[in-house]
Design a protein around this ligand. Structure first.
Ligand SMILES: [Zn+2]
Length: 333
């Protein structure tokens, strides 16, 4: 186990040019604001998100929450080396008891949510849907590298709150995250609703570490009258936070606003450089072979219990693919 979150250092450079007006969906755009020691990433998701969410018949609020988890995963995991893997999971006591997003570098995403329909209500926000529990992030950088696991409590707040808490407590890197998910209504082709999402991660990474001191996010359970932990934050980070706080949800998901334009709109006064976008796609890693070997790892009795109507049927929870086996193929004696 390593103690450091994998470096988000951005290396691939692109020459200076005007921000592209062409929106690029299903990609992460890294950027850097040198004058303020800021590094960031912007994710825009269209067809990839729609594909993942439409594999399941999620109620809108569950789809939105899972979409937020997917965006957060792309912001955190997209810096992994080839064949690395980033898994974000929540286990909580709310109506959505389990979320998992599995990102396999360089570009594969899959995800699903478990929820209790009876406990869903209109207008529940992310915090109410999740309830209390924890969010875990696992990073696997391949056979030669150690596994990293980070955890943060979920206490009725949103995934954005959890990400802030994680970076404040565990990484001590000043970080702000914005996540937005929505459904776009396109009148054409029979009037279809399509999921879209966007998100931004901004980090303050000054060369002198003492500049990275941060104020506490919440006063917590301190007795009334206790002074909140007063820390003078660095001016560059104060400015970075105030800029990212102006980003509207509609800007993050707007299909007609290019990511480069959005980043430029926010940071152009300080000079912003963008790097080559990292594409993303929805693809599950399940296969008949993998399901078959999983069945063989079960106890004989469990395998026998799975026989229904003379066959063993396994449905992939991620992508809803259905795999059918005869009892013999499934190793039932
Ligand atoms: Zn699958």
């Amino acid at each position: 186990m390593v103690s450091q979150f994998p470096d988000i250092k951005i290396t691939a450079e692109t020459p200076i040019r005007a921000p592209s007006a062409v929106p690029v969906d299903d990609a992460v755009l890294p950027f850097e604001v040198d004058a303020l020691d800021l590094r960031g990433r912007l994710t825009r998701l269209g067809p990839t998100l729609d594909d993942i969410l439409h594999k399941h018949d999620y109620p809108p609020q569950v789809g939105k929450l899972l979409g937020e988890a997917i965006v957060l995963t792309t912001l955190l995991g997209s810096s992994l080396k080839f064949d690395g893997r980033f898994i974000l999971q929540t286990r909580t006591d709310g109506p959505v008891s389990f979320l998992i997003v599995d990102f396999q570098a360089p570009d594969r995403l899959r995800a699903y949510a478990r929820f209790d329909t009876a406990r869903l209500k209109d207008g529940q926000n992310s915090g109410a849907l999740l309830g209390k529990g924890h969010l875990a992030m696992t990073i696997d950088q391949g056979a030669d590298m150690s596994r990293y696991q980070g955890m943060v409590a979920l206490d009725g707040g949103s995934l954005e709150d959890a990400a802030h808490e994680y970076f404040l407590r565990s990484e001590q890197i000043p970080t702000r995250v914005r996540l937005a998910v929505g459904e776009e209504w396109r009148g054409g082709d029979g009037g279809k609703r399509r999921w879209r999402a966007g998100g931004m991660l901004l980090q303050f990474l000054p060369k002198a570490p003492e500049r990275a001191r941060q104020a506490d996010l919440h006063p917590g359970d301190a007795p009334e009258g206790t002074e909140a932990h007063q820390v003078a934050e660095d001016d560059a980070w104060v400015e970075g936070q105030s800029l990212i706080s102006t980003v509207e949800d509609v800007e993050l998901i707007d299909p007609d606003l290019s990511g480069e334009r959005l980043v430029y709109r926010l940071f152009h006064q300080r000079g912003v450089r963008v790097f080559a976008p990292l594409p993303l796609r929805a693809q599950c890693s399940c296969s008949r072979e993998a399901v078959s070997s999983m069945l063989k790892s079960f106890a004989p009795k469990d395998r026998a219990d799975m026989v229904k109507d003379g066959k063993v049927v396994v449905t992939c929870e991620f992508c809803s693919s259905v795999y059918e086996f005869t009892p013999e193929e499934a190793g039932v004696e």
